[in-house]
Design a protein around this ligand. Structure first.
Ligand SMILES: [Zn+2]
Length: 130
């Protein structure tokens, strides 16, 4: 039985796609950070770690735009982490392999959701069990 795993050339193209997604996210994060820095001029400068506490402490009325910004930034940061994990999985050879049944996750799904670790079937089964 051949090992279930994407070929090196497939993995290379996944890697390329993920890296270009990472670039996009980096770009977006840079922009939103500039906006937030600009909006919070005069207050303490923001480090990545202080985003939450500042956000929680801020009960200002015109904070809607900033709130949106933080929301977007958190989401993008999560996405960034997922993509980084996907790259790690390419390196350790578990990328595209369902961690439940061990089958290959279809290529289209991996292109769309590079951080997927379960095939659709197993995901569905999981939902039914809940
Ligand atoms: Zn599966």
């Amino acid at each position: 039985m051949p090992p279930k795993k994407y070929s090196n050339s497939k993995l290379a193209s996944f890697k390329k796609s993920i890296q270009s997604k990472l670039k996009d996210v980096e770009h977006d994060l840079g922009e939103i950070k500039d906006t937030l820095d600009h909006n919070t001029r005069g207050t303490a400068s923001l480090s990545q770690d202080s985003v939450y506490s500042v956000h929680m402490a801020d009960a200002g009325t015109d904070s809607y735009e900033r709130e949106k910004g933080y929301h977007f930034m958190n989401r993008e940061t999560d996405y960034y982490k997922h993509l980084t994990k996907a790259l790690e999985r390419i390196e350790d050879g578990t990328f595209g392999v369902c961690r439940i049944c061990g089958n290959l996750i279809p290529e289209e799904r991996m292109m769309e959701v590079p951080n997927a670790t379960k095939c659709v079937q197993c995901k569905e089964n999981e939902k039914l069990n809940i």
